[in-house]
Design a protein around this ligand. Sequence first.
Ligand code: GDD
Length: 395
Amino acid sequence: MFIESPRYTERFGSIRMNHVQRVVALDSGRKSELPLHGAMGVMKIEEETIKHFEDRMAIVIPVKDEKLKLIEGVISGVPHDCLVIVVSNSQIEKVDRFRMEGDALNQLCRFTLRQALIAHQKDPAIAEAAIEAGYNGLLGEDGLVRNGKSEAMIIGLLMAKASGKEYVGFIDADNYFPGAVLEYVRNYAAGFSLAQSSYSMVRILWLYKPKISGGVYFKKWGRVSETTNKHLNHLISSKIGFETEVVKTGNAGEHAMSMKLAEIVPYASGYAVEPQELISIFENFGGILSSRERKVMEQGVDIFQIETRNPHLHEEKGEEHLDEMLLSAMSTIYHSPLCGEEVKEATLTELVNRGILKEGEEPPLVHINAPLKEVDTKKFIKAIQDDFHRYQVLP
Ligand code: GDD
């Protein structure tokens, strides 16, 4: 693959946040060489390098009642060497959609001779393992894992850790193009290959997110992502005293982390998860608030934002859903200890102008799940490993 070099890097404390890098070409051939290595601001990521990282990566796919055809397509796009982990919160009663997902996954795995894991978010065995590990915050009042995409991501992370993976990437199940999924994972691998630190993150920016109404319009920014990015940049600018527009992937559902980083960030519930990850990294390693993670401060945290060649086409879930997502994102900014009065005011004005909050209301606090390092992951892994075969798609 040919990708733009990470030319502009903003440094906040020990964070190296890279401006967007575009994928220039999806393939770079076996023989091709770059003239004057990187002189054109373009780098070649060797196929070998991509495969090296794919082999060490798990891809977690959170699913909730998505069309089976979409899920199948997504799984078929994940590179063969990655471990696929599906964490489902789909309905079991009436129509057992979870079983249908398992059957589809089983068929794909048999045809292609690959292993995969599938678990249901409401599996009592997972809730018991969470209790063993002291991860009670992951559970709802019914004693089972809470609803939400973020909670599915955490189960996936724990399973990836139990499987010995060093990197974990997340990909939504409602993506229409398997080819785009393939590209996301290759971009994750490319990002990791550029990292200087073992604490690294890659966030995907879509080239376009087409809207279909009559004709196709290749829209670049969604309403939620544009607003989240604006306020995240405002938050950072207010702290460093220089205006920045570095954040372009505040809501990136498609993102990946080294396991070392994934273990130390907290996970806000539901759709607040992606902006909160960035905010937590800024809070903990941005050099403004004190950090207890000396090792991370020394090595630094590398964040890459990679713009795809493929457009992103996914299921549209309506206005109310977008409002819910925006409110969660704004809440993570509003309640951050980094957030001063001016930024708070701006987020409130945004939410009131959009009719999401009334004058005088505050965004509700979002539940935050503790980072994995604060729970006894060994106990969790031991508890699920005893019946790990139940989650394995192929015997
Ligand atoms: N297991 C599980 N449990 N999966 C869930 C749950 C849940 O409670 N809720 C949603 N999912 C799955 C969906 O099936 C889908 O695969 C994925 O999580 C994303 O959920 P969507 O509801 O489709 O979100 P979206 O497409 O509107 O938003 C996505 O993109 C945003 C950026 O534009 C999400 O990834 C957001 O988190 C992201 O900010």
